[in-house]
Design a protein around this ligand. Structure first.
Ligand code: IMP
Ligand code: MG
Length: 441
């Protein structure tokens, strides 16, 4: 069958109305406008074989554009716009200056990008330069809180925390007076034991090093994006005042109610619209998937053997689901929630995202979560850093960009790398070796 005929046959079997096609074609997703813009600039130099000489100037130029953008943000005029906002539509707030030229020099000195002749700087490398510039900027702001996404940031997707080196870095943050929070979409209500299981390797490390009570109490968990706040506390299990320290997560529901307590009628309205949207995606696109409804979320997950058996010959995957279909389900959710209530949209903020192997719509967002934690701790945005892997418009860390500076990583290895820089470059710690904290308690 030739290509033209194949297309014709497909179209004949897949009726697509112009309105149902609108979003996917008109709105690019899985792109980041700022990184794409810088990549384009850098590629001009690369093609001209002039990267070594012109890249520093290019980064200086981008640094100036960020400064202009910050000035436009700070100006009283609500209509003030910036050149950067026109060149990279969709960019949000920059809470600090970004020393991009210095970051490029450090990065290039280490990885010799400008010496390459055949391979141009990649999107990941440009992302790393932005991350490094953000860490360097935190030298002057006084870092007080680091919030971490969970899946794919502190542990790989669906697994539990298992990296002792990362645990050590988190403890060093706590010990330096910096609060640390896991801000995750995973919502287990106020069942501390379930979050403790996800954090098992971290808590194991805390026990083995006997991290003092004061440092431990700076660790928080915010589950369901922003719905359930818990705090770590150190306890002695064997009678009063004796025995080694152990650690457990304690509900802070009462404190958190003052910050975020959405009306139940609005929660149910949001979840009803989301569930209907998800069920229609299952019918149309993902017949093997299973729908889960929780108190503050609705999700679509792989249906396993039973899902496969129920839709033999249709759909794909038993323990995974196709990425494109998951993205489509997310964009449909955004559309349906926006159109609810005769086009006024639902009353509450929501987070509809592709988690890699599932789709979720949560009540509230990481923006609500990180803003709330800032309020609990009395912190301005510049003293806070959020680290996560989902910064595209179908991801759930994206919302945190409206709360504080962010570092965009793609796996646990990169988290360790950026935290090492935070400890050394932002907090000025020279000694980040392993040690027991027992004697310092
Ligand atoms: P995060 O990367 O730590 O924010 O976690 C995202 C992942 O948590 C999702 O991809 C899901 O697999 C999982 N998850 C479990 N429960 C929920 C929920 O209630 N809402 C959203 N995601 C959930
Ligand atoms: Mg994640």
């Amino acid at each position: 069958m030739d290509d033209a005929h194949a297309t014709h046959t497909l179209q004949a079997h897949t009726p697509v109305t112009p309105s149902s096609r609108r979003n996917y074609l008109a709105k690019p997703h899985r792109t980041d406008a700022l990184i794409d813009f810088v990549k384009q600039l850098i590629h001009h130099s690369f093609v001209l074989d002039a990267l070594e000489h012109t890249a520093p100037t290019t980064w200086e130029h981008v640094e100036e554009l960020v400064d202009d953008h910050r000035a436009a943000q700070a100006s009283a005029s609500a209509t003030a716009t910036s050149r950067l906002a026109e060149l990279a539509p969709g960019i949000s707030t920059f809470y600090t200056r970004l020393p991009l030229a210095s970051a490029w020099r450090l990065y290039d000195d280490k990885y010799a990008l400008s010496k390459r002749r055949f391979v141009a700087p990649s999107s990941s490398e440009i992302r790393h330069v932005f991350n490094l510039a953000q860490v360097l900027a935190m030298r002057d702001t006084g870092l007080r809180l680091v919030t971490f996404d969970g899946d794919q940031t502190l542990y790989s997707d669906g697994s539990d925390f298992s990296d002792p080196k990362l645990a050590r870095y988190l403890v060093l943050l706590l010990h330096s007076g910096v609060s640390v929070a896991l801000v995750t979409a995973a919502g287990y209500g106020y069942e501390g034991a379930l979050y403790e299981r996800r954090l098992s390797g971290f808590l194991e490390y805390m026990r083995s090093r006997q991290v003092p009570e004061e440092a431990a109490s700076r660790f928080y968990v915010l589950g369901g994006e922003c719905n359930f706040l818990l705090r770590l506390r150190a306890i002695r299990r064997k009678g009063e005042g004796v025995g080694p320290l152990d650690y457990e997560l304690e509900s802070r529901e009462h404190d958190w109610e003052a910050i975020w307590s959405p009306r139940d009628s609005e929660v149910q309205e949001l979840l009803n619209v989301a569930e209907e949207s998800i069920r229609s995606s299952v019918r149309d696109l993902l017949p093997r998937a299973r729908v889960i409804r929780k108190s503050r979320a609705v999700g679509l997950v792989a249906g396993g053997q039973r899902g496969k058996a129920a839709a033999l010959g249709r759909g794909a995957g038993k323990s995974w689901l196709p990425r494109e279909s998951l993205d489509e389900a997310v964009l449909r959710l955004h559309d349906d929630l926006k159109r609810a209530n005769g086009g006024r949209g639902v009353a509450l903020p929501f987070c509809a995202f592709n988690g890699g192997s599932d789709v979720w719509c949560d009540v509230g967002t990481k923006r609500v979560g990180v803003d709330g934690l800032r309020k609990v701790l009395g912190l301005v945005a510049e003293c806070v850093l959020h680290i996560g892997d989902q910064f595209l418009n179908t991801g759930n860390d994206h919302a945190a960009r409206h709360s504080c500076p962010c570092l965009w990583i793609t796996n646990v290895g990169e988290t360790k790398q950026v935290i090492k820089h935070v400890l050394r470059d932002a907090l000025g710690l020279s000694d980040i070796k392993d040690r027991s904290w027992a004697s310092s308690s």
